[in-house]
Design a protein around this ligand. Structure first.
Ligand code: SIN
Length: 306
């Protein structure tokens, strides 16, 4: 029997956790028990800081980093997905993933010896701190935990906050010890990491997207027997398609749970407040265009309106 290791950083009961669990079940079923995928969730095997290297060394076979974590692999174009207020819906994100920019990005992974298997949704991010974050003024002077993405750093700076890049696993302890004042994440990550215990206010800004690319080591993938590679590819396609239907339901149930948490105040920005946030964040787009070239911004715009 072949045993393959899959490592990720979030809780099992999240869109990513469930989709990857489904992948493991499908692999077992399609291979009639000849291939098993052993899953290590919640950074128990590798965390944000070492999972890519572990994949490149062949210590783990599959990882699913958030798209915000590919910039530091020398692929800043992935940060297109981090642009604030770039997407109105998951359907728009899907168009970009299935379109030219999304497919070009998966191909670019090969420069790092990595093979992209597909994309997976989590959902839209919201802002949290110890007070409501509804207008740019509310962010002044705050230290905000971000993922290691230049776009996310520029986003926080544009709002007058100081970005602090920390791994996912470090976020709860850093908020608890007040090393940082606030953060941004999706409702399902917020709820399953229990951030409501260390943050008193969640503002439903929905300003940015969080999703994943599931990847494997290129050499391992190419050296697999054809029938096994086809089986794993099919299982991943089926699991991602299934998993991509989960995001909205997770968003709904996690938000409901968060709204029911008495120690947490949940705020919704009004139209004028969202307008002010959008305006403050406009320069972030130009900053990214300068780094990756306006061709990528054009590809994004074309895919959004395709
Ligand atoms: C994840 O969803 O994989 C983690 C995102 C984060 O680091 O905030």
């Amino acid at each position: 029997m072949r045993v393959l290791r899959l490592s990720h950083v979030v809780a099992p009961n999240t869109p990513k956790g469930q989709a990857l669990e489904h992948f493991a079940q499908l692999v077992e079923r399609y291979s009639q028990g000849r291939i098993r995928v052993q899953i290590y969730p919640q950074s128990t095997l590798y965390g944000d800081a070492d999972e890519v290297q572990a994949l490149q060394f062949g210590a783990v076979h599959f990882i699913a980093p958030s798209l915000s974590k590919f910039g530091r692999m020398g692929l800043p174009e992935f940060e297109l997905f981090d642009l604030p207020y770039a997407f109105d819906s998951l359907e728009q994100v899907r168009r970009v993933m299935d379109g030219v920019p999304g497919q070009l990005l998966l191909e670019r992974l090969q420069r790092n010896g990595v093979h992209g298997l597909g994309y997976l949704h989590n959902g839209f991010k919201h802002m949290s701190a110890q007070h409501a974050l509804l207008t740019p003024n509310d962010y002044l002077g705050l230290r905000m935990r971000i993922q290691p993405s230049r776009v996310l750093a520029d986003q926080m700076q544009a709002l007058g906050a100081s970005p602090v890049a920390l791994s996912f696993g470090e976020t709860y302890p850093a908020l608890q010890r007040k090393v940082v004042d606030g953060t941004e994440n999706t409702a399902s990550n917020f709820w399953t990491q229990k951030l409501q215990r260390v943050q008193s206010d969640l503002s439903l800004t929905g300003h940015g997207y969080l999703g994943y690319a599931v990847v494997t080591q290129q050499r391992f993938w190419e050296n697999l027997p054809n029938n096994e590679r086809a089986l794993l590819d099919q299982a991943m396609r089926d699991a991602l398609q299934w998993g991509n239907t989960l995001a909205l339901e997770h968003e709904r149930s996690s938000l409901q749970a968060l709204r029911g948490t008495t120690a947490l105040r949940v705020h919704t920005p009004g139209a004028a407040q969202t307008q002010a946030l959008r305006r403050a964040l406009l320069p972030v787009r130009q900053q990214l265009a300068q780094r990756i070239g306006s061709v990528w911004m054009d590809l994004l715009t074309e895919a959004l309106h395709s």
